[in-house]
Structure formats: C-alpha cells, structure tokens
Design a protein around this ligand. Sequence first.
Ligand code: ZN
Length: 158
Amino acid sequence: MIASATIQDLQAKTGHAVTATGTLLPIPDLIRMASHAYHYLALFDGVNGQALWLGRTKRIATADQRIMLHNKERGCTRPGCDAPGYLTEVHHVDEWAEGGLTNIDKLTLACRADHRLLDQGWKTRKLANGDTEWIPPPQLPLAAGTNTYHHPERLLGG
Ligand SMILES: [Zn+2]
C-alpha cells in the first residue's frame, strides 16, 4: 500500500493520509497498518513537491541468493562462530546504508549477534576467493580472519 501523509500529522497521530487510489486513511489506521509491514519512506519538499529521498527498511536478499550463501558459507562467517546458516541473517559486505548492492558477491551470512558487531566497529570485506574476512576494531587485540568452522574439509586438506 502506498500512502502519503505529512510529518506533522504522523507526529500528532491525527489527520488523514491519502492512499495511491485516493482513499483518505486516518493516521492512526495508517500507523497500525504500518506496524507489520516492510516500510518504504519517500520524502518530498513541502513547498515545491520535489522528491527528496526514498528509503526502505528491508534489505532484501532473494531466496536464490540465500540458497547460494547457504551452499557456499554454511553458517555465520565471523571467525570461530558456530552458528549454522539457518540462524543467520544476510549481511551486505558493503554496508547497505552506504549504497552497498544486494549482489551475491557482496553478501555474506552472519548470526544476529555477530551482525550487530558490525555496528560496533567491526568491518567485513570479501577476499578474492569469495570468503568473507572479518576485521576487528583497532582497539581489540584480535587479528582479522575468516571462519573455517563450517568448512572442516579445508582443515583436513586434500
Ligand atoms: Zn556468528
């Protein structure tokens, strides 16, 4: 559903939004409906109507991309983490909020706890072989590395 509303009405929880079909929708109903939806937010200049910004709250990796990641990475890619793929989220190696693309070669699996580390100074990058390297913040006495936990065959050799 697409609905337009002013920020003043949203903040005051009064007034009406206008849907894409022209229906007036009370703001409290809009807020209730939005509580269980994926949000896109479009901002327009209130004076000249010029589009200023479009954002989305859902960073969407397709089912195909997830299947590829499960096959390649098998689990969380932070070194030493044993979280299996089913308990991971898809992380954009080039931070999505900074313009990262939802391309398979820029995605990796991270469990929820480790995904949050990336908001606390940790960085990730893709190596030439496609593995994800995790780089700790400089104040931590840890080395950068990849996770071999889900790939025992690499440790056993040929
Ligand atoms: Zn993890």
